[in-house]
Design a protein around this ligand. Structure first.
Ligand SMILES: *Cc1c(COP(=O)(O)O)cnc(C)c1O
Length: 398
């Protein structure tokens, strides 16, 4: 077992191992070159094909390709009717874009703590946070496992609330046998290079609601009712109307060119991430100083966006940040996903939130670390990471 190498003298890795790296093949490269040669770079036929293929993969009804998940969350919130004075219930354990976009709509984020073991929002605690001003609930499928959707959707339906799934980590995630993107909600996926599949930057809104689809489609491109590919084609008219002031958040064909091939490889990527996660679980099973990621207690397909143990700082003489520094000194890169959003100065200041207000998110925020996990990670690379983690824990254990 690789974990047993901990005590043996071992030469340090000579090159730096990043915690994530996109996996791009020759097909992606050729498709981008083809796009460059085609004379059509921005939103066009490839974006349309990618959106259709993505919808088929997740089992959704309508898709709006966008320039990032952040842009998608913003447009989706507005399309759902979230505006000034509204409250939106979400979790502090997320990337801050989830909260930022709520604030950009003039709305107020209302937080529900997580379960520190599974990292998912405590769905059973949502109801107590609802008020007459609540407009929507934004669950986050954290690190690739799904939130407990059935009780959440039942609660939302009984109160007439919209559900917007932040599915940035959840391309390929399944809840009780169904893909995220196929539920009667609106979901937003991310194709940032660190996510499970990439378009460089990019995102996708998937919705079952035709009205949300139409409004989000307008919002993502200036509010214009006709896209450039339609206006400038031989059949098109150059005229358009603007019914709402939209944004510039469209996906380019250059991005979609990557997505078309990444999507075909996605299940292979997830299988490889799953294999690597199992190798970490096995290597660290008896390692004091690490709390391993727990599985949700309902049927799910984990997309393994990240492998995020908690550094058990109570059993070590160092903080999580120092733990990450020590790994970096050993040429092992790590990530921090994420600092709990309620602890950032803007949010703490504006809403008066203290770290202890969301104790489980705070606990996780002080301890979580993302270890290297990506399709191109070799077993030898992973063994280096395992040995380095073991070495740091050995050196700084109480
Ligand atoms: C990455 C991420 C986003 C934003 O995605 P982008 O495509 O980078 O805008 C939103 N929410 C969560 C939970 C994320 O991890």
């Amino acid at each position: 077992m690789a974990g047993m190498q901990v005590n043996s003298p071992r030469r340090m890795r000579s090159s730096f191992l990043p915690f994530a790296r996109p996996s791009l093949g020759e097909e992606e490269i050729q498709e981008v070159v083809d796009t460059l040669r085609s004379g059509w770079l921005t939103t066009g036929p490839k974006t349309e094909r990618f959106a259709a293929a993505f919808l088929e993969y997740v089992g959704g009804r309508f898709a709006v390709p966008v320039s990032s998940a952040t842009a998608g969350l913003h447009a989706a919130l507005l399309a759902l009717g979230v505006g000034p004075g509204d409250e939106v219930v979400t979790t502090p354990m997320t990337f801050v874009a989830t909260l930022n976009t709520i604030v950009h709509c003039g709305a107020v984020p209302v937080l529900v703590d997580i379960d520190a073991a599974t990292l998912q929002m405590r769905v059973e605690a949502v109801e107590a946070r609802l008020t007459p001003r609540t407009k929507a609930i934004v669950p986050v499928h954290y690190v690739g496992q799904p939130v407990d959707l059935d009780p959440l959707l039942a609660l939302a339906a009984s109160r007439g609330l919209a559900v917007l799934e932040d599915a940035a980590h959840a391309v390929g995630t399944e809840y009780r046998g169904r893909r995220i993107g196929s539920f009667p909600t609106t979901s937003v996926f991310s194709f940032h290079p660190n996510k499970n599949m990439t378009t460089g930057e990019g995102g996708m809104i998937v919705t079952e609601d035709e009205g949300v689809f139409e409004r989000a489609s307008l919002l993502k491109f200036h509010g214009m009712d006709r896209e450039a590919s339609k206006r400038f084609s031989k059949e098109g008219s150059p005229r358009y109307d603007v019914a709402i002031p939209g944004f510039k958040s469209n996906m380019m064909d250059i991005q979609a060119a990557l997505g078309l091939h990444q999507l075909k490889r996605l299940d292979g990527f997830i299988a490889e991430r799953t294999r690597q996660a199992a190798r970490y679980d096995a290597a660290f099973a008896d390692t004091a100083g690490l709390i391993l990621p727990a599985r949700v207690p309902y049927p799910a397909r984990h997309a393994w966006h990240l492998y995020t143990p908690l550094v058990d700082v109570d059993r070590l003489t160092i903080s999580r940040d120092r733990f990450m520094e020590e790994l970096k000194r050993r040429n092992i890169g790590t990530g921090l996903h994420y600092t709990a959003a309620h602890e950032f100065s803007y949010y703490a200041g504006r809403f008066g939130w203290a770290p202890a207000d969301y104790p489980e998110a705070h606990f996780v925020s002080e301890r979580i670390v993302s270890l290297p996990l990506f399709p191109g990670l070799s077993d030898a690379d992973q063994d280096d990471a395992i040995a380095a983690v073991g070495g740091v824990l050995e050196e700084f254990r109480r």
